[in-house]
Write a protein that binds this ligand. Sequence first.
Ligand code: SF4
Length: 433
Amino acid sequence: MTGVFSLLPEGRPGLLLPHGEAGPGTGPSGAGPGEDLGRYLARGGYAPLPDPDALLDRVAVAGLRGRGGAGFPAAVKLRAVRDAPGRCVVVANGEEGEPGSVKDRWLLRYRPHLVLDGLRLAAAMTGAARGWVYLSDDHAERAVRRALAERPAEPAAEPTAEPALDVVRTEHTYVAGEESAVVRRVDGGRALPTAKPPRPFESGVGGAPTLVANVETLARIALIHSRPDAAAAVAAGHLVTLSGRGGADGATALLEVPAGTRLKVLADLAGHGAAEAVLLGGMFGGLHGDGWPDLPLDHDGLRAAGAALGCGALHFLHPGDCPVAVATEAAAYLAAQSARQCGVCVSGTGALATTLAAVARGATDDDPVGKLRRWSGQLPGRGACGLPDAAARVVTTLLDRFPDPVDAHRDGACPACARPAPEDGRRFRVPVP
Ligand code: SF4
């Protein structure tokens, strides 16, 4: 997927991001973080919006779904905020908690005008007078602040006033991008999820109806506005982060592909064709072995297969990678990232992690596998955010789909685990160029 309606540079099917710290200055323009305003304007950026409702209808017809993880229809969310009583506000959510995802930070660093354009369009469609870009990344903040300073004050013939936009920094944690955590942080508190209801669209920042929209969703809204002829293709595109130790030239890949692309095609594009399994959705979609190459990259198809697309991060397991070790590391990472404010999460996610670690060490006392099965069935939906659900799905999919490696650990005979695995999530952390 390339061309002027693509989020990635023209003429390239995707970016290959080298392992190691490439750092700023290696972006698509070669000029460091940021985006050339002149080029963006020449491609139709910041075009006037004479009829916000017409754009909202176009977003609905195109079938755009949110890119933060849940895949909720973008137009439904926009309308809910627009129709809520009181003056609303908008937030561009660029805080990606999944350690295996780079797309949101990449967009903020290298396409900040595209994101800001989408944010001002979202403000116009909902009637918001204020908005924020929510982020934790230093390079992204620099690029966004520069873009804010240079963006056109008010597009010609604009019937709606430009919203006042600013940046809100947050800490980088797994839960900081959850939408109620975003609201709490913009209000000056810590980025911790809150109980729902109310949802942000009902009562968010300062009590106002609040649209919290992922930055890729906003970027696609901007492209749907500037390229109405390509609206369906724009809405169908997904940015995906592909990682795993067998990638092409040791690289992590950020690709833009149409919904429905088979995972095997993705793996081949990024040098993961030899992979035997995949961890989907960052950590939210669980582990998948037999049959994974034929799975389609879309929310409904993956849900039907007991998986989840989440933020579009895929971590491939190659020969020699043990799924028990990967699941153990993922569960430990999630337990460590618990915000420790819901009892069921503190005790449940922690118990999953420690018991799975015991299974990985070969422990058999007190039926640890039976406990894992029982607890992972009880946890989903019981925390204020989706972290316990992610931990439960990792465990459930491991037990259901990888019985042989689990048995090998019980017998102390896993050949892949002769060397100790990292225990703090390092396997999943990939750099942004
Ligand atoms: S479920 Fe866990 S991570 Fe989520 S808010 Fe509750 S304690 Fe925090």
